[in-house]
Design a protein around this ligand. Structure first.
Ligand SMILES: *Cc1c(COP(=O)(O)O)cnc(C)c1O
Length: 643
């Protein structure tokens, strides 16, 4: 449906509409030319580059959309931000311990991410958190800093434990965190067998249950961690075995994306009490690991809604440091090194998904010229036409009710064969034209009723984007997460359509119909009519955390192309780490097809067709080459064929 243009439009209005300044955190802006720019270094103008220019440059190099862009400078900036925020908070309140970040590998396991965190994070001794053997195996290779920690969480078999212990012999500070009561026994046994003194941690179950989407990690029924009785049992076990001196760390994790600072504070207090208790039990301790949970303001509202947070990183750091310090003072114990396992807060801003719009389905176009209804069709439309005639600003609701009733009637008559296909087509069209009239009357009002909002949704266009929701934005599907979505160009022009987005999976769930709005969630996104002479490209922002590795192969749409962009020391932009997305042949192999065999099956079929005189030998050659080119191709919609 169409938005009425009013007044003049500037890029400031676009910034306001899409709220880019609120969620962009200084990394994303709109240029005077109406293009979204990313600022790579120190959020400075020099280091800014238009996403459209990047997309065009990639297309010239033969890399197709959709493409995932990664910005390692932004990752560096995030690492610096959290480390310096903790350092500052500790300095300001006179905290005597230190901060050590550990990045949870599961949040984005890509080799590039781990490599960059270990490289850039080294100056802060930023370490890694692993939740499985595979993650530990990657971490052991990349960590190269005797002062960084590798925190080993998750279920641990002998092999996992042995690897962590051997890490200690390599000079890596691994800590084995006991998550299950039974793990203590195996750790003691393996440590003795390998003659390596372990660093042991305990994961406690906080009784604090934080608000938000991902917070099942707290409370009595959380699947991870030890309750108080079990914590004491582990302490007694270690005492009996003479190994209490190995107990160094207390860990808890309230869950991810915790919107409310209050919950974070209460969690820290509970943990600090546990920590002090363990010291009084005789454990050396020294490390307090507060887990993840530091949230991202996806909708830019700065609120305690699940897509936002009501605090800044500084506030987060200060609150935790103060809480821990107060209890240490009261309990007369040394200030521990505080570790945190922030994942989302480190990597969200790092990636942007660019996708092109392939087509649109316009439900209602105001500029559409009404055609005269042929006389023969009029009797079937009598009731609808009556509603149209009676409609005034005072009886919109009544007309809406009647309208739905009469449409139902016509559909029923169609089922009984008393209304034909042409009559039904005209009736449906008439129905939408009256709906649009009602909407226009109502939209003038200050108060917009939920029913009218629903009409807006029903009248909105569908824009078909070249992407798979299940592959690239799984959390939108799974938990209705909001990500900022907007066009990356044409922002100097007023968007004239309202739309929802559909992907190309042909799954009815493969759509996005919740967007960032003002003070509320919007059910349509303002977009431009698609230009005739160029791609219309949307960016989906803040997708660096969790989306890449939760994605699946729905409809066999595979990984997208990926490319990294860096602003180097000399002030030049560098494209690197170009990764081709999955080919059709790749995704078919994931589900156990053998591409060679598929090709040979087609060859046989085509040969049979030649034998039976249905095609010529030349046609056979063309069919086979089209098939093999298909196998080698990108799984997404390709606009220009390779030559
Ligand atoms: C997932 C997870 C994290 C990461 O949480 P974020 O909110 O993304 O920072 C940290 N620690 C543990 C134990 C986790 O399971």
């Amino acid at each position: 449906m169409e938005l009425k243009p009013t007044g003049t439009w500037s890029v400031k209005d676009a910034a306001e509409l899409y709220r880019i300044e609120e969620w962009g955190n200084g990394y994303f802006h709109i240029s005077d030319e109406g293009e979204v720019e990313v600022r790579l270094k120190d959020k400075s103008l020099d280091s800014s580059i238009s996403l459209l220019k990047i997309a065009k440059g990639l297309q010239e190099r033969g890399m197709k959309l959709p493409v995932l862009l990664r910005f390692s400078n932004i990752l560096d900036d995030r690492i610096q931000h959290i480390n310096e925020s903790f350092a500052q908070a500790m300095h300001d309140v006179g905290y005597l311990g230190e901060y050590r970040g550990v990045y949870p590998v599961k949040v984005n396991q890509q080799q590039q991410v781990i490599e960059e965190i270990c490289r850039f994070g080294k100056q802060y001794h930023h370490g890694l958190e692993t939740g499985s053997k595979a993650e530990l195996i990657a971490a052991l290779a990349y960590i190269d800093d005797p002062e960084a920690y590798v925190i080993c969480n998750g279920y641990k078999d002998e092999e996992y434990i042995d690897l962590a212990l051997r890490g200690i012999s390599l000079g890596i500070q691994t800590v084995l965190v006991v998550e299950m009561p039974g793990e203590t026994e195996i750790i003691i046994e393996r440590a003795r067998a390998l003659k390596i003194k372990p660093n042991i941690g305990i994961r406690m179950k906080p009784s604090t249950i934080a608000g938000g989407h991902w917070t099942d990690s707290g409370g009595d029924r959380s699947v991870f961690g030890l309750d108080t009785t079990q914590v004491i049992a582990v302490v007694d076990h270690l005492k009996r075995e003479g190994m209490l001196d190995c107990l160094k760390l207390l860990h808890y994790h309230l869950g991810s994306q915790i919107p409310n600072i209050h919950d974070i504070r209460v969690g820290a207090t509970e943990a600090a009490r546990f920590y002090a208790g363990l010291i009084h039990e005789g454990a050396p301790m020294g490390l307090l690991d507060i887990g993840g949970g530091l949230a991202i303001d996806y909708d830019g509202s700065c609120s305690n809604s699940s897509n936002s947070r009501n605090y800044t990183t500084t506030e987060y750091c200060v609150d935790i440091v103060e809480e821990v310090m107060t209890i240490c003072k009261e309990q007369k114990i040394d200030h521990p090194t505080i570790l945190s396992e922030s994942g989302r807060a480190l990597v969200s801003y790092y990636s942007v998904l660019l996708l092109n719009i392939l087509d649109t389905n316009v439900f209602w176009d105001e500029n559409h010229k009404e055609e005269e209804i042929p006389e023969v069709l009029l009797p079937a439309l009598e009731n609808l036409l009556y509603v149209k005639k009676m409609l005034t600003e005072k009886n919109t609701q009544e007309c809406l009710n009647d309208l739905n009733y009469y449409r139902e009637e016509i559909r029923n008559k169609f089922l009984y064969g008393t209304v034909n296909i042409r009559e039904r087509a005209v009736a449906e069209h008439l129905y939408w034209s009256i709906i649009a009239d009602i909407y226009k009357m109502e939209a003038k009002n200050q108060y917009v009723s939920p029913q009218i909002k629903e009409l807006e949704h029903q009248l909105s266009d569908i824009y078909y984007g070249n992407f798979s929701l299940f592959q690239s934005l799984p959390d939108v599907w799974a938990i209705d997460q909001l990500f900022p979505i907007m066009p990356i160009h044409m922002l100097d022009k007023k968007p004239d359509r309202k739309a929802i987005l559909s992907d190309i999976t042909c799954d009815s769930e493969g759509k996005i119909d919740q967007f960032i709005g003002r003070n509320e969630i919007a059910n349509t996104l303002s977009l431009h009519s698609i230009p005739l002479d160029e791609d219309y490209i949307l960016g989906v922002f803040l997708v660096g955390a969790y989306q890449e590795t939760l994605g699946d192969l729905h409809n066999l749409l595979g990984d997208t192309n990926v490319v990294s962009l860096t602003y180097d020391e000399e002030g030049k932009f560098q494209l690197h780490n170009e990764l081709e997305g999955d080919t059709v042949s790749d995704v078919l192999s994931y589900v156990e097809y053998d591409p060679k065999q598929l090709e040979s099956m087609i060859r046989t079929k085509a040969e049979k067709a030649v034998q039976e005189g249905r095609i010529t030998a030349q046609q056979r050659r063309k069919i086979i080459s089209a098939y093999t080119a298909g196998l080698r191709g990108y799984t997404y919609y390709e606009t220009d064929q390779e030559d």
